[in-house]
Design a protein around this ligand. Structure first.
Ligand code: NAD
Ligand code: GLY
Length: 370
């Protein structure tokens, strides 16, 4: 089992990464539970797969469960109430620990419920998708969507620990695995060219779920995220670089209807747009843009925006992005592989050109056939 630390002073916490963590007896992570009461929040898909395993692990505790419907479209205020209902019906006190067992949707909702219940109770992340293992379970961003914008209601609230059992990825649908790879590739692009080079060599191993490569990629990603969060927990600056591709991506997710495009898929297309913009600004070379786009494609991700989105559709959502300052859209762009910047230093004309580019045609000249 590998152990990393998110360094946040008195709120520091460990990330455990390994195989069979939910089923073996080496459960060092139980020491991070402070009371006797626990509530496991999960969903209808994950419960039949892993709820019994986690309950077995927690057999010494007074264990309650809350099983939510599955889907991004349920990451909302109404469904959040079900967690509060379960907490109150079970008479949970301030000493309760919430477990988030599932992907990013469950992690974001259970974390937000923990932040609110009795003004804050403990919670533990047990992420079961690649995306949640490398990104959403770390760093304390919790929250829900609003019909007018994604992740618009929430709180920064750190877990007691993160337990990453890579064995859970064996049941993950391929499309979800690819969506997680979008965030893995993001780390290479924004922070670490060595990681990007390694990913170019090992993308097929990751798609084939080769354990040692998977653990290496998850650990590398978590290290980068933990370092960024330690320096800028509340996103005063640096942390925003973790949003490469997200401003375009959130617009796609919101416009297409939550759940129709996966978060990672929308981020992949958003990353293509950010790469193209960085290239047209002269900040990255054609070869860098092309390598990154080819890696996203090899990971099984979409690289062309939905055909039914106009420039105005994009701009409408991008204007309510959390990075937008005084009406000015800010984007995460690259100044090389491994070097990201958050900037509004681009003209409205360039942004409009990026949003109206024929990506299908552009890809024909960029994609290298296998
Ligand atoms: P998700 O939570 O919807 O999970 C994807 C699907 O996989 C769901 O159907 C889920 O039930 C299923 N699933 C989960 N684990 C499984 C397993 N082991 N086997 C089989 N099926 C499994 O999606 P996600 O990609 O994990 O997370 C996306 C969400 O995370 C979005 O809401 C996004 O906004 C949020 N997010 C948050 C942060 C953050 O910092 N808090 C960062 C990135 C993304
Ligand atoms: N996923 C972006 C962040 O955690 O800041």
């Amino acid at each position: 089992m590998h152990k990393l630390q998110v360094e946040l002073g008195s709120r520091s916490y460990p990330i455990f990464i390994g195989e069979h963590l939910l089923t073996n007896n080496d459960n060092a992570f139980l020491s991070y539970i402070n009371g006797k009461q626990v509530l496991i929040v999960t969903n209808e898909t994950v419960a039949p797969l892993y709820l019994n395993q986690l309950m077995e692990l927690l057999k010494g505790y007074q264990c309650h469960t809350c099983i939510l419907p599955d889907g991004e479209q349920y990451k909302n205020w109404q469904i959040l109430q079900l967690i509060f209902d379960a907490l109150l019906e079970a008479k949970c006190t301030r000493k309760v620990t919430l477990f988030a067992l599932g992907g990013g949707v469950i992690g974001d909702m259970a974390g937000f419920a923990a932040a609110c219940y009795q003004r804050g109770v403990d919670f533990i992340q047990v992420p079961t998708t690649l995306l949640s293992q490398v990104d959403s379970s770390i760093g304390g961003k919790t929250g829900i969507n609003h019909v007018l914008g994604k992740n618009m209601i929430g709180s920064f609230y750190q877990p007691n620990e993160v337990i990453i059992d890579v064995t859970t990825l064996k049941t993950l649908p391929e499309r979800q695995l690819s969506a997680g790879l979008a965030e893995v590739i993001k780390y290479g692009l924004i922070a670490d060219s060595d990681f990007f080079n390694w990913l170019e060599k090992h993308i097929e191993d990751l798609k084939a779920l080769k354990t040692s490569e998977l653990i290496k990629a998850i650990e590398w990603s978590c290290k980068i995220k933990a370092a960024v969060v330690a320096l800028d927990e509340k996103e005063a600056g640096l942390r925003a670089t973790l949003n490469l591709g997200h401003t375009f991506g959130h617009a796609i997710e919101s416009h297409q209807g939550y759940g129709n495009w996966l978060h990672g898929e929308a981020v992949a297309v958003g990353t293509v747009m950010a790469l193209e913009m960085s290239y047209r600004l002269g900040w990255i070379m054609a070869d860098e843009r092309n390598r990154a786009i080819n890696l996203l494609a090899k990971a099984g991700l979409p690289i062309v925006p939905p055909a039914n989105m106009t420039v105005e559709d994009f701009l409408g959502y991008m204007r309510v992005d959390k990075k937008t300052l005084e009406g000015q859209i800010r984007l995460v762009l690259l100044k090389g592989i491994g070097v990201a910047t958050v900037t509004s230093e681009f003209s409205a004309e360039l942004l409009s050109a990026i949003l109206s580019t024929d990506y299908q045609q552009l890809m024909a000249s960029i994609l290298v056939s296998k």
